[in-house]
Write a protein that binds this ligand. Structure first.
Ligand SMILES: Cc1cc2nc3c(=O)[nH]c(=O)nc-3n(C[C@H](O)[C@H](O)[C@H](O)COP(=O)(O)O)c2cc1C
Length: 128
């Protein structure tokens, strides 16, 4: 049986979950096997051949449960292709200052593993 791609996400107001589900749908449409799961429900990477890790940003950093997941699973993640995505609202520009600023959001995770790809998406604020 072919192995799956894990799309794990950390969210507070849902936008990262929405994008994780959209990414999963695209991977499945491309003929791959993929599943989206809240990172807090992933206990290990058994059965996965690659991972997409996504988090919302609070106070200039990925949510702690995602950084903790990377720390706890550093060896397994280092042995497979991993992509990062980040949902955020500040530092959205294409200028070097904005790019350097948002790069800090994932710096802790990048200190532990090197993603094969990394993207940043404009998120949303839920006024409620
Ligand atoms: C309390 C709070 C702090 C935030 N801090 C940042 C920040 O430092 N930088 C940023 O770009 N976005 C920041 N945001 C915006 C969120 O990252 C953005 O709304 C994201 O889409 C939330 O993801 P979620 O819906 O998956 O929780 C903040 C939002 C809130 C409510």
């Amino acid at each position: 049986m072919s192995k799956k791609i894990l799309v794990a996400y950390a969210t507070r107001t849902g936008s990262t979950a929405e994008v994780a589900n959209a990414i999963t749908d695209r991977l499945c449409e491309a003929g791959l096997s993929a599943e989206a799961r809240p990172v807090t429900q992933v206990t290990n990477l058994e059965g996965y051949s690659g991972a997409v890790l996504g988090s919302g940003v609070r106070y200039a950093s990925w949510l702690p449960e995602m950084t903790d997941f990377v720390s706890a699973n550093r060896d397994a993640l280092s042995a497979m292709p991993v992509a990062f995505f980040t949902m955020h609202m500040l530092a959205l520009g294409d200028d070097p200052a904005a790019m350097a600023e948002r790069a800090k959001y994932t710096a802790k995770a990048r200190d532990m593993i090197t993603p094969t790809d990394e993207v940043f998406f404009e998120g949303m604020i839920d006024p409620a």
